[in-house]
Design a protein around this ligand. Structure first.
Ligand code: SF4
Ligand code: SF4
Ligand code: SF4
Length: 324
């Protein structure tokens, strides 16, 4: 592997390490009974964009908007636990399929769905209708699932182990209190997680780019972010491997354009490209010949010679300059 390819792989590797670490920390924060992790891990809750359940911070929202303007949706690739969960589900789904069925495909943006969902989310918050933001907002979705589903299971397991330790005398463990979760809360948690997981199994980040209000807001900022995924049309051989790897279905190879509002900065496309033709960088590659031949005005400027001079292609123009 070349040095350049190795450094590209590093981007994806770091993205995976950070996202898994934050996912585990968020889970521990909400599943633990002893509040052992509450103080050291409380920050993972405070850096979330719209945590309806724990209070929205304007400073945090502005911070992530600026980060998205500069670097794209890095929040969605590393900090959001639902994004990591959807990646796990999507990866599992791909492993169960064979051949072309494993591949993701480009699809047009679901712009209307995104803005309708964001509008409903905003109106519900203003009107004080708590249940809709609680269903749509990803951090609330995940923390509710952990508290209502994983935590009782974790407590039950803990108490079984404590009982076994007492009976055998081999270890000593504290019993934990019984966590009450209403049937409605459990059902809402399970249905929400299943509802976002089924599309992820087949299509990747569908929820992120259709209904998630956080993704829509950050997508507006990241649409023309400074650092972004960019395809070099002079190097690209149109093998489509990047499109097939893109969980956000946002690589349009007909135009060699990546939709920055939907890209979740996973860097999977960079790793699969066999021609080193796709980059994460602050510059934008200008389409050039021979893939895209633009028409230029004639090079001759003398008034007498300007009439009836045929239009030149870019390639002719450059060849003439070299010959000169
Ligand atoms: S789009 Fe929403 S659910 Fe997806 S990663 Fe971003 S914040 Fe999380
Ligand atoms: S274009 Fe697709 S594969 Fe590439 S970083 Fe963005 S979301 Fe990931
Ligand atoms: S993987 Fe690379 S060469 Fe293949 S279509 Fe994508 S950018 Fe082009």
């Amino acid at each position: 592997m070349s040095g350049r390819a190795a450094s590209r792989t590093g981007l994806r590797r770091w993205r995976i390490v950070i996202s898994v670490a934050i996912f585990v920390m968020v889970t521990l924060l909400w599943v633990e009974y002893s509040e052992l992790f509450l103080r050291p891990l409380g920050w993972v809750s405070r850096v979330q964009v719209f945590p309806v359940a724990t209070g929205i911070s304007l400073v945090v929202v502005v911070f992530w908007l600026l980060a998205s303007l500069l670097f794209g949706r890095v929040y969605c690739s590393t900090v959001c636990p639902v994004g990591t969960w959807l990646d796990i589900v999507g990866h599992a789904g791909r492993l169960t399929r064979r051949g072309a069925a494993r591949d993701y495909r480009y699809s047009p943006a679901l712009t209307r769905w995104r803005y309708v969902s964001l509008g409903v989310f905003a109106v519900s918050i203003v009107a004080g209708i708590a249940v809709i933001p609680a269903i749509l907002e990803p951090y609330t979705q995940y923390s509710r699932f952990v508290i209502n589903v994983l935590k009782p299971g974790w407590g039950w397991l803990n108490n079984q182990l404590a009982a076994l330790g007492n009976a055998t005398g081999w270890w000593d463990m504290y019993y934990v209190g019984h966590v009450e979760a209403s049937l409605f809360a459990v059902l809402l948690s399970v249905v929400t997680v299943i509802g976002i997981s089924i599309p992820a199994w087949f299509f990747g980040r569908t929820f992120c780019n259709s209904l998630c209000p956080v993704g829509t807001v950050l997508g507006v900022a990241s649409a023309r972010s400074v650092w972004h995924i960019d395809i070099d049309t002079d190097l690209c051989t149109n093998c489509r491997k990047c499109e097939y790897a893109c969980k956000a279905s946002c690589i349009n190879l007909s135009d060699h354009v990546v939709d920055g509002s939907r890209c979740v900065n996973c860097f999977d496309c960079i790793d699969v490209c066999p021609d080193d033709a796709i980059f994460y960088r602050p510059t934008r590659k200008q389409l050039s010949f021979p893939l895209m031949q633009r028409l230029l005005p004639p090079k001759v400027t003398a008034p007498s010679a300007s009439a009836n001079v045929p239009v030149q292609r870019v390639s002719d123009h450059v060849t003439n300059e070299k010959n000169d």
